[in-house]
Design a protein around this ligand. Sequence first.
Ligand code: PMT
Length: 397
Amino acid sequence: MELQGKRIVLGVTGGIAAYKAAELVRLFVKQGAEVQVAMTEAATRFVTPVTFQALSGKPVFTDQWDARMANNMAHIDLSRSADCILVAPATADFMARVAQGLADDLLTTLVLARDCPLLVAPAMNRQMWENPATRRNAAQLQADGVALLGPACGEQACGETGAGRMLEPEEILEELIAFLTPKRLAGKRVLMTAGPTFEAIDPVRGITNLSSGKMGYAVARAARQAGAEVTLISGPVSLPAPQGVARVDVRSALDMHQAVMTRVGQADIFIAVAAVADYRVANPAEQKLKKDEGGPPAIELVENPDILAEVASLPAGPFCVGFAAESRNLEQYAQAKRRKKNIPLIAGNLIQEGFGGEDNRLVLFDDNGVHPLAPAPKPVLARQLIKHIAAITTGKN
Ligand code: PMT
């Protein structure tokens, strides 16, 4: 429930993407938000207010003379306790009217009379988006502090291809959550590792582990939502990159080591969530090993570089956060790793609770002591970890 307690006014204007606004309402409500829909007259030609009323559970407003508001002040009252107004889809005409400060229907009046942030998700034909008038209006809106979400590039309803299509509802949801998250790590550059590593035995076989990347990816997403610029060095996983996060794919511990060391000079914070193989195969075979050629192969292992320990030992290195995955004696082993690698904060988890699944249980160990976090889905724990890191590194709670 990432929008629990949030109140969102969703403005819908008259474009074909209006049908996707219905899905947006469903996604927002599912995340715990209270959604008040206001539509332009043109939007009602594409989707009826009844659809939005059914999905939001609230009457939909379309008219500034709506007598349902006791004081006839819908344009003021609807946005008063809102956390934001989001207009999706926003047509070229709507953007032009808002850029000019016009207030000739309920939605533009609501926007002009707001005392909360405004976000717009443009949706229009590519020529309309590229038209100098629309470019001017978009620039004016941004100069006025309006957040533009998208537009995306791709196939359009008219059959043309280019920039102008509305972001998908899931992408808008992601942007909205990020927008409403306190910017505890604003201006910070976070470098991270996540997922397993894969150490080749031959071209098709290797040594790896069961890390799914879910914990690391959740931490990357939470850091980005908190305003950080995030680079995620990822071992082989099947997850999509979190929106707004720069992802660098690697395979082996040596690749991960190199990817981290070439970027660590630009990082303020380094968070090592990857389950890095401690050893690699000394001489991986160039050709596929054959079962009938000489019996079971003898595999010689050599130690991999300890990426976290190396970063922590840099003279003016970033603030380092490690993870410890243990099958027993969590506190004892995690504390020992924290001391050995000389890192200020380590998040301990038990492998039977942390590997692979959707949930986890973390215990944070730092200079101030031991901070157990309640068992929770990984995204929830990731946000708590980021809050903890921000409190230590910036003093912001
Ligand atoms: O990916 P999931 O399925 O969501 O699972 C999450 C997780 C259990 C993998 C994650 O929460 C976790 O605990 N990650 C660290 C796993 C681990 O192998 O820890 P470790 O105790 O071996 O290593 C200690 C720390 O040193 C870690 O921060 C690790 O990234 C780092 N390290 C270890 C070895 C090495 N060569 N280089 C390193 O940087």
